[in-house]
Design a protein around this ligand. Structure first.
Ligand SMILES: C[S@@+](CC[C@H](N)C(=O)[O-])C[C@H]1O[C@@H](n2cnc3c(N)ncnc32)[C@H](O)[C@@H]1O
Length: 268
């Protein structure tokens, strides 16, 4: 998509219709995140219109946000309690609220909005910067299934209704790991285009980014209800924590090994 501008992909028009079609998993997302917060304060990277942050704050968790789009935040401000949350307008890979949290989270594939590997690494570092010593960073993202598609271009049927249909028209570049997708809604009132560009990555690449940021994988689930993460999972919910002094990361998986002798035993 030539001339794609990430800063304008969640502009005024998108912010107005963003909450028309919720994902439907908000309650379980909030339940999981509230457990992770465990009474501590939380920070949402890319807080958007508060789809998750507002119901999470109603459970008693204080939620702050960092968000690039003023239009999305303006939409949140119009909702009940939407003016109570503190939001920094800026890039989640660099902006700071100047304090730390027991929970930092980034959901709905949004790490992919950072279009280079370096920016995604910076995002992990920024998450680590905002964590208390015992805090956790929760990342939810789709598994890049596009890689398996022949020809790397495809059309998905996203919605079929009486007065409109929505198609996802996509093209994937395996070299840059960039997915270009245009959600095309064809309705009785005309055609609406919602283009988005994402950099896709598999979970092990995120784990390496976490390592660079001084974090390690603590848990990985296939969904918000703690479904097991398997080869057929379509998404992952990953929980990262700080690498503790004396810990080493097991190259074969997420288990944390705390002594050199354990490392030797694991290798044998
Ligand atoms: C798919 S929406 C997700 C919003 C919200 N987290 C949710 O789950 O509904 C993606 C959001 O990420 C924001 N965004 C994209 N790139 C960003 C960046 N570099 N820093 C902060 N926010 C960003 C967009 O403006 C948009 O609000």
């Amino acid at each position: 998509m030539k001339d794609f501008n990430p800063a304008s992909s969640f502009g005024y028009a998108v912010s107005r219709r963003y909450d028309e079609h919720l994902r439907g998993d908000e309650a379980e997302t909030v339940a999981f995140l509230a457990r992770m917060a465990d009474g501590r304060d939380a920070l949402e990277f890319a807080i958007g219109t508060g789809r998750v942050a507002l119901p999470l704050s109603r459970t008693g968790v204080r939620v702050d946000g960092i968000e690039l789009s003023l239009d999305m935040v303006d939409r949140m401000r119009e909702k009940p309690d939407g003016s109570d949350l503190q939001v920094i307008i800026g890039d989640m890979s660099r902006a700071t609220t100047g304090r730390t949290y027991g929970l930092v989270y980034l959901v709905y594939n949004t790490i992919g909005n950072l279009l280079t590997q370096d920016d995604q690494v910076q995002c992990f570092k920024n998450a680590a910067r905002h964590l208390t010593d015992d805090g956790v960073f929760v990342l939810e993202c789709r598994i890049p299934t596009a890689l398996a598609r022949p020809g790397h271009q495809f059309v998905d049927v996203e919605e079929v209704e009486l007065e409109h249909v929505t198609l996802g028209v996509s093209q994937y570049d395996a070299v840059s790991q960039i997915l270009d997708c245009n959600h095309v809604t064809i309705g009785v009132d005309g055609v609406i285009l919602s283009p988005i560009r994402l950099r896709l990555a598999h979970p092990p690449e995120f784990d390496l980014m976490a390592g660079i940021a001084g974090l390690q994988l603590r848990e990985r689930w296939g969904g918000w209800r703690c479904e097991p993460f398997t080869a057929s999972s379509w998404r992952h919910v990953s929980v990262y924590e700080r690498v503790r002094c004396g810990d080493a990361i097991n190259p074969h998986g997420s288990k944390t090994i705390s002594r050199a002798t354990d490392l030797a035993a694991d290798a044998s």
